[in-house]
Design a protein. Sequence first.
Length: 178
Amino acid sequence: MRRSDEDEFREFARGHAVPLRRSAYLLCGDWHLAEDLVQTTLIKLHRAWPRVLHGHQPVSYARKILLRNWLDEQRRPWRRAEQRGGTVPEVVDWAAGPAARHERAGLRAELLGMLASLPPRQRAVLVLRYFESLSVSETAAALRCSEGTVKSQTARGLAAIRARLEQTGGTVLTRENS
């Protein structure tokens, strides 16, 4: 790889590692696995960097690699047997008061729990549509499926979250603000 391409890749990796890690965490719910997924994504992206840089949009290409890495990880038999019962500690926000911090932490934990309970494809669609702000067509391209599949998976995922909210009396989402 040329030196200029290498420098551009390093700059890209520095600037996009944190957002990719956040997306990976939203998909998998585990910071350690999220870091592994981002590292694997960056390795695969590095191998294809000259081609990606001159022919594609690097951010969307990296997002596709990350998503496919996570879906591949979900298909592994040893992953299905693993039970994650622990909770991830929240990052301290010193700017907010204790009551606001406590309320946000509860809402965040509730939402992440609901995302984690969804099947992988529904979770991927919701993360891409609502956390990454991708359009239906961009989400379909990232998942290599039809726009109709994205729409149906979105509807099913939101319906499952709404049903769980009704069961638990949760407050994260309502029909008015979803």
